[in-house]
Write a protein that binds this ligand. Sequence first.
Ligand code: BGC
Length: 413
Amino acid sequence: MSETPFQPMESFGPVPDGWVWGTATAAHQVEGGNVNNDWWEFEHDPDSAALESSGDACDSWHRWREDLDLVKGLGLDSYRFSLEWSRIELAEGEFSIAALDHYREILLACREMGLKTCVTFHHFTTPLWMAKKGGWTNSEIVDLFARYCAVAVERLGDLIDVACTLNEPNMVTLVGYWYGNFPPGHLNDYAGFEAATENLIAAHRAARTVLKSGPGDFPIGLTHALFDFVFHADDQWDGPTLTLDEIPPDSDLARYVHGVITAYLDAAKEDDFIGVQTYFTEHVGLDGQKTPRPAGLRETQIGWLFTPEAIGKTCRWAAEYTGKPVIVTENGIATDDDEERIEYYSKALAAVREALDDGVDIRGYYAWSLLDNFEWPQGFTMKFGLYSVDRETFVRTAKPSADFYRRIVASSR
Ligand code: BGC
């Protein structure tokens, strides 16, 4: 149980016209059986940071209709999910019509149920054939990613309402090439980090051009892992902090800020929206490393600071920096205590409400996540879902937070 007494939010109040309530998932985290990508290989490497295999995940490859029923049952407007590139392009240039038709069926079902679709084209996983050629550090990926997007949009574009080219490309690079906890598992590989950043941005731009030419006519953006940052002038938690402008240009922190924040937000200035995904406040020092935290601060199950209000600050900042409308494409908490999830959402949504009231152009909010799912290196140990999933039967069971979210959504109608 959480220690601080709190009152769950009762009403969100009216939302602006066009506002979208949703919930999000990602292919590799829920589908199961995604054996043809770099994550599968990483999960099966005993020396990697991955705890376990994604295996059958939530078996959403087969149970997606149940998932859509849950989304609909929550009274939401939209479902955000991702296409798995490695299922659509089995080997370089070899496309699976059956996989595309599978996603088309999902999109059609959404349309029939009155759900809008928010489709992500790359959510962390890269086909194994591409990873073997250097993945995001090989500039060939720019054209290859754009070609995959062209093939996918040709078959699916008429049913897409919002498109996210890349999910959190800054985490692909930071965690994959700097921290070593995502594939390819490199530690302090700054050259890899920078090459991948450049290629991800070029791939985003190329994909945007392809997607713009249709079929379909929908807003296009990328989703960005945006922490509420505190930059420290040294590695002291209570020491002086730096504004973005005060960061010395030749420091590791400057390299971090470029690759993790500004490179993508600058690219987003050409987009239709910026997808903001915030979970917590992050403290980073001049060396680009996390600042050692004093004991006793409240943390979530995954070890992140419990700072639900962070989302309000990042929405304000992203809107101001990019000049673009914001969609909260992910927000949520890992916890085993569902009361704590309700507390987190209550406080996070209050911060979003305040930002809206202050005139920040926010167009929607997606809770992460619909289901307890495969949480990357931490496997199935982390519980982000509004629904739990039985690991043997795949039965989905609503948590109290699902009902809470349904009430909040209803309160805004
Ligand atoms: C990612 C999700 C992930 C969530 C919680 C985001 O970084 O887009 O795939 O599960 O945050 O870690």
